[in-house]
Design a protein around this ligand. Structure first.
Ligand code: UT7
Length: 332
């Protein structure tokens, strides 16, 4: 059976870095609080008001094609996971394709917040496994700074801007996506959402005045659900595939809070040496975290490595993927 394997990874981060010390100057917070409660030390924030999510996506897709030695015209489908599209419509995926020269691809955006990338990876994999397509690109891109209130210390310290992209291609050696478990529960919407800008509360002077275009998060409630669900789904996919902790080479977990990632690793029985972590440098880039992890750790990845990829986020949405890595990263 054809499997959908990741054959290249790339990423993009805006140059501008905002450290915890920078945030100490604008809100009532400390480096000690942010570091101990989240693990974050800095985040990348786009300063140029003319740049948007698609611009990050274009950079990542161009690098992806260059690394794999393909022309963007060879891409069949491009899925962009994001909650910060350039505009409500058209899809950011369409803008990325146009700007990157992926003229033969069709594409769409996928809205699943911090689980957007794993939803996208599973969706894209179906098109490869059926034999329909040969090259599917999954982009995870969020310019969170554009929907964050920099007077709200409970959210502004957490999020950053960033983007990652993966290429999926058919594999006949059983490398690639092996299994997945995905969930969603719209009851969680009450605890994590953006109040205005959609059909429920269209943009108006009132919605702007009342700061309704920013991320609203009940941190502790989201934290509890994230710890429980990300740990459980990661353990479940291991059990379902008869994987013991020693069989797992890497945990690739959404980077929302180091404490959530540590709890997931502990539930899976894997030590910190197997946990990909870059939250200290990028913060929570929503759909960007997982491809950015793979990009950062690519050189350490070996063909055949068993990866458990898991995420939890707004929706609520959560899930896990069991994937076999398809190439030696140090030769990429
Ligand atoms: O990406 C997917 C979805 N999102 C998540 O997974 C995020 C889940 N939630 C979290 O990661 C954590 O709940 C936060 C990092 C958001 C907050 O950490 P916490 O340990 O849950 O803090 P808390 O909300 O319980 O607040 C504890 C205290 C409060 O003060 P009082 O009421 O005890 O006096 C807050 O006002 O910390 C205060 N606080 C801060 N203090 C300094 C909240 N934010 C800050 C801050 N700096 N930035």
């Amino acid at each position: 059976m054809i499997k959908a394997a990741i054959t290249a990874v790339a990423g993009y981060l805006p140059d501008n870095i905002v450290t915890n010390a920078d945030l100490e100057k604008i809100i009532d917070t400390t480096d000690e609080w942010i570091t101990s409660r989240t693990g974050i030390k800095q985040r990348h924030i786009e300063k140029d008001p003319l740049k948007a999510t698609s611009d990050m996506g274009v950079e990542a897709v161009k690098l992806l094609c260059k690394k794999r030695g393909i022309n963007p015209e060879e891409i069949d489908l491009l899925i962009c996971a994001t909650v910060t599209p350039d505009m409500v419509f058209p899809a950011t995926a369409n803008l990325i394709c146009a700007k990157a020269g992926a003229t033969k691809a069709w594409g769409f955006d996928l809205s699943a917040a911090c689980s957007g990338f794993i939803y996208g990876l599973v969706t894209g994999a179906q098109f490869i496994e059926t034999g329909r397509y040969k090259k599917v690109v999954i982009v995870g891109a969020d310019m969170m700074s554009r929907i964050i209130d920099y007077e709200d210390r409970t959210t502004c310290v957490i999020f950053g801007d960033g983007c990652g992209a993966l290429l999926l291609e058919p594999n006949n050696e059983s490398m690639g996506v092996q299994d997945f478990i995905l969930h969603s529960d719209g009851k969680g919407a009450a605890h994590l959402h953006m109040k205005a800008g959609g059909s429920l509360n269209p943009s108006s002077i009132d919605t702007v005045t009342n700061k309704m275009h920013y991320v609203y998060q009940e941190g502790q409630t989201v934290f509890k659900h994230a710890v429980y669900n990300m740990a459980e789904v990661s353990a479940s996919i291991m059990e379902k595939n008869n994987l013991k902790s020693e069989d797992v080479k890497w945990l690739v977990a959404h980077q929302a809070n180091k404490r959530i990632i540590d709890a997931t690793a502990s539930r899976m029985g894997v030590g910190p040496e197997k946990v990909m972590m870059n939250i200290e440098r990028y913060g929570n880039t929503t759909a960007g975290t997982i491809p950015l992890l793979l990009w950062d750790y690519e050189k350490q990845l070996k063909k055949g490595d068993n990866l458990i990829i898991s995420a939890f986020g707004g929706g609520f949405t959560w899930g896990a993927i069991y994937l076999k890595w398809a190439y030696d990263g140090d030769k990429a």
